[in-house]
Every structure is written in structure tokens, then in C-alpha cells.
Design a protein around this ligand. Structure first.
Ligand code: HPA
Length: 284
């Protein structure tokens, strides 16, 4: 029997609820960017002015977040004149959510006609040339995990049954991001993100294998959201904070506490870069 899928009606209800909470603002204050903030990076939303904050539990059909280090809140506000819809916290497959639930917020953004999506995460490095504290622009991803948020009946209003994945991390935006990093003097790597469903960290053999396959970093998020963003024709940028060396690369075990702490240390650099990218991207 097919699993129960999110319906367009549920997405409409949630998106209309969110819109109603910002309806006192004028048409030109419709968000232009959706942001998903990963572990330790949620404080970016503190930069916003004229904020409206909505708990995930208030939004019809929205799942609620359970992971330590992830707040469950949507914040809509201005960053230097650009209106952003920021998710402080996200849903992970390993928490028990379906791929549909994991990507429900992105469906809402798309329903609200938000054209641009920035997705961030904490990731382990599979690449010996990276170190904790580095930022990696995601050039592409590898997902050999069988489940997909697009499995089941297609929602034609969003995109086609068989969607193109030749440029999910929009090339034009990656070029812009690299220029911003250069201008700020921030060292930005660019690489391939490998999706594991988790919640176990990888074995050393898995890390060796995905290195051979072309991965530079590994994590348990982002890819489902990017697939749904790309399906809906959104321009997408993905940014990984390298919080640790993946299993077997440095010989040290991977611990969640270290991941959270490392996320904290790159926060300032991350915020400077994302802020600059948003302002330049908005000019396109
Ligand atoms: N593996 C998977 N996910 C992660 C890691 C890792 O090493 N670090 C942060 N998220």
C-alpha cells in the first residue's frame, strides 16, 4: 500500500496560515529567500528586523523538531531590506519523519512563491584537505538512499514527475557565492555532499567508499530539501560547515557534542558570508 502523502491542500493550509501571520505587511514584504539553518547556525535569524516568529507547532500540518541544538521556529523578517523566511531547525529522516514531512517547509515556501532557497548544515569532512571550521559550498550531491520526497503521486503544480537534477545547486549562485567569499577574505571550499540517512555516523569503510565515489563531505540533511526545491524550480544554494573529520579520516571518533561546538565556532564567519550572498543575490 502506498504511504500517505502530503496533499496540495495541506500545503495550501500551512502556507496560507504563514501568509496570514505576515499579512499586516505589504505585498512587497513577501519573502524572497527561504533559509534552512543547520546545527548551531540558527542565530542568523537574530540579524533580522521587523520579525514575526511562528512556532512550528502553530502551523497546520507542520511537523515539530526534536533534536538538541535545533530550535523549532520560523522567523520572517528583514535583512537590510530583503525579506527572509528563516527556519530555525529542520526535520530529519532519522528522527522518524517521512521524506514528505522533512520537506514540507520547502513545499510551503514554494507555494508562497519564494524563488530562492539557502540550505545549510553541519557536515563531516571526507576530504583530508579540509579541516573543522572550513565552509564548503555544495557543488552537487550524491544520494544513493532509496527513499525520495518525490516518491508517490507527483504534485504537478510544483514540477514534473521526472525532474531534472543537472544543476540543483544553481551554478550562477555558486559563482556569486565564491565572489562574495573572495571579497570578504573567507576561504570557501567547493565540493560534493554525500547524504546518509543516519542516525549512526558512518563507518570508516563507508567513508573510504564515498571518498572514492567523489564525496568531499557527509551529512544527514539538506538533500531531501534540495530535491524538493529543485523540483519546484527554486534557485538553490547549499553551504556546509565542516564540523569534524568523518570517521577514519583523523582516527578520532565522531561525537555529536563536538559537532555542535564546532558549529558555534564558525558561526560568525558563516553569518558574514551568508549575509553578503543574500544582498548580492537579491540584486540579480
Ligand atoms: N557524518 C554525518 N553527519 C554529520 C557529520 C558526520 O561526520 N558531522 C556533522 N554531521
Amino acid at each position: 500500500m502506498p504511504v500517505e502523502k502530503t496533499t496540495l491542500e495541506q500545503i495550501r493550509k500551512a502556507a496560507e496560515f504563514i501568509s496570514s501571520r505576515i499579512s499586516h505587511t505589504s505585498e512587497c514584504r513577501r519573502p524572497k529567500f527561504g533559509l534552512v539553518l543547520g546545527s548551531g547556525l540558527g542565530s542568523f535569524a537574530d540579524q533580522l528586523t521587523h520579525k514575526v516568529s511562528i512556532g512550528f507547532e502553530e502551523i497546520p500540518h507542520f511537523p515539530v523538531s526534536t533534536v538538541e541544538g535545533h530550535e523549532g521556529r520560523m522567523v520572517i523578517g528583514d535583512y537590510k531590506g530583503v525579506v527572509l523566511l528563516v527556519l530555525q531547525g529542520r526535520f530529519h529522516y532519522y528522527e522518524g519523519y517521512s521524506m514528505d514531512e522533512v520537506t514540507f517547509p520547502i513545499r510551503c515556501m514554494r507555494y508562497m512563491n519564494i524563488p530562492n532557497l539557502i540550505v545549510t548544515n553541519a557536515a563531516g569532512s571526507v576530504d583530508e584537505n579540509y579541516e573543522p571550521g572550513d565552509l564548503m559550498l555544495i557543488r552537487d550531491h550524491i544520494k544513493f538512499h532509496g527513499d525520495s520526497p518525490l516518491r508517490g503521486p507527483n504534485i504537478d503544480e510544483f514540477g514534473p514527475r521526472f525532474n531534472d537534477m543537472s544543476d540543483p545547486y544553481t551554478g550562477e549562485i555558486r559563482e556569486l557565492a565564491k565572489k562574495c567569499a573572495d571579497t570578504l577574505g573567507i576561504f570557501l571550499k567547493e565540493g560534493v555532499y554525500y547524504y546518509f540517512a543516519g542516525p549512526s555516523y558512518e563507518t570508516a569503510s563507508e567513508v573510504r567508499a564515498i571518498n572514492i565515489l567523489g564525496a568531499n563531505a557527509v551529512g544527514m540533511s539538506t538533500v531531501p530539501e534540495v530535491i524538493v526545491g529543485a523540483h519546484g524550480g527554486m534557485k538553490v544554494m547549499g553551504l556546509s560547515c565542516i564540523t569534524n573529520m568523518a570517521t577514519g579520516i583523523s582516527g578520532k571518533p565522531v561525537r555529536h557534542g563536538d559537532v555542535i561546538r564546532a558549529g558555534e565556532t564558525v558561526k560568525d564567519k558563516f553569518i558574514r558570508l551568508v549575509s553578503s550572498i543574500i544582498l548580492e543575490w537579491d540584486k540579480l
